[in-house]
Design a protein around this ligand. Structure first.
Ligand SMILES: *[C@@H]1O[C@H](CO)[C@@H](O)[C@H](O)[C@H]1NC(C)=O
Length: 327
């Protein structure tokens, strides 16, 4: 029993064992998507993310970043930031020039979709690691850390070739990678600091119940919706009394537009066994005051209030009036 609160903490604060543990994001990455319809037509998309929160967009017409937050540039000066934008713009341009040559050399078929993720992450001890991953046509192509490039098995001879270019410093992407790897840790720390109040906020979830489509006859699908919470770690279970129901199913965590999260937790149960079931929600913003919603309780607290408190008050009022009149 003593262990229970600690297990709970581990669920609520993964990766940290004290209550002060930083709960916001710990990584920054840029996603680049280049789509080639044929050897003359390419379209670029870009975005910048703190874990799964978007802080930068990319205007492919002007080749500039679109800050999504007032603090999206961290403590980088406009000049420093413009320099990074320029490097990105140039690398996209060069890649779109080189790809057709590469495509004909390795017999790639159009349309060709290239996805790249480059970023850095702060680990538990405080050290920051950088990473780079590239995929072509939805298949892993290569990955790189500071000084090594690893071709993915799916990338075949093409990936080996490109890795060799990177390692010998001849590839275009090498300059971008170097620039990015050199700047990413400072950018990550400064943007985490600049956006601190928003990144470390606590927003309470709202929860409500509904019934889903009946799985098969004689059974019910109970749905517990939990929405609008931040940060992401949350614990939601269907319970019977204090007993967790092991058949509880969780949806993926889905983002709301305002940087909060939504989760749907369902229980497939025999229609005759719904009595006594409740949905229980634990979240750091609730400070231990779990949300508990009981299934099919027609008598709400409000009704109890109306049925007991209001008549009592009326009775007391009458008593007081009667007393005053007697005097
Ligand atoms: C290349 O693709 C674009 C967009 O789909 C199209 O408009 C253009 O005509 C194509 N060009 C060639 C040479 O096939």
């Amino acid at each position: 029993m003593l262990l229970l609160p600690f297990q709970l903490l581990a669920v609520l604060f993964p990766g940290g064992d004290s209550e002060d543990a930083f709960q916001g994001p710990t990584s920054f990455h840029v996603i680049q998507i280049l789509s080639f319809a044929n050897n003359t037509w390419a379209h670029a998309q870009g975005s910048g993310w703190l874990d799964d929160l978007q802080i930068l967009g990319w205007n492919s017409e002007s080749g500039t970043a679109i800050p999504q937050k007032p603090w999206s540039k961290g403590n980088f000066s406009d000049e420093e930031f413009a320099e990074l934008e320029k490097t990105f713009r140039v690398s996209l341009y060069r890649l779109s020039q080189h790809l057709p040559v590469y495509a004909s050399q390795f017999l790639l078929k159009y349309p060709i979709e290239i996805q790249a993720i480059v970023g850095c992450e702060q680990r538990a001890g405080g050290s920051i690691v950088t990473f780079f991953r590239k995929a072509i046509g939805g298949l892993d192509f290569l990955s790189a850390e500071k000084d090594t490039c690893v071709p993915a098995p799916e990338g075949g001879s093409g990936a080996k070739y490109v890795c060799k270019l990177i390692m010998t410093n001849h590839a275009v992407i090498n300059t971008v990678m170097k620039l990015f790897f050199d700047n990413c840790p400072r950018y990550l720390l400064s943007v985490l600091d600049a956006g601190k109040s928003e990144l470390q906020k606590q927003v309470k979830p709202e929860a409500w119940l509904s019934s889903g489509p009946s799985p098969r006859s004689g059974r019910l699908l109970l749905v517990c919706h939990v929405s609008g919470f931040y940060p992401k770690p949350v614990w939601v279970r269907w319970m019977r009394g204090e007993q967790e129901q092991p058949e509880t199913q969780h949806s993926d965590l889905l983002p709301n537009a305002d940087w909060t999260w939504y989760l749907r937790v369902t229980l497939d149960v025999a229609a005759g066994e719904v009595a006594g079931l409740s949905c229980r929600v634990k979240h750091s913003s609730l400070e231990g005051q779990d949300i508990i919603l009981h299934w099919g309780h027609p008598i709400s607290i409000g009704l109890i209030f109306l049925a007991i408190i209001v008549p009592s008050l009326i009775f007391l009022l009458c008593l007081a009036l009667w007393y005053l009149r007697c005097r």
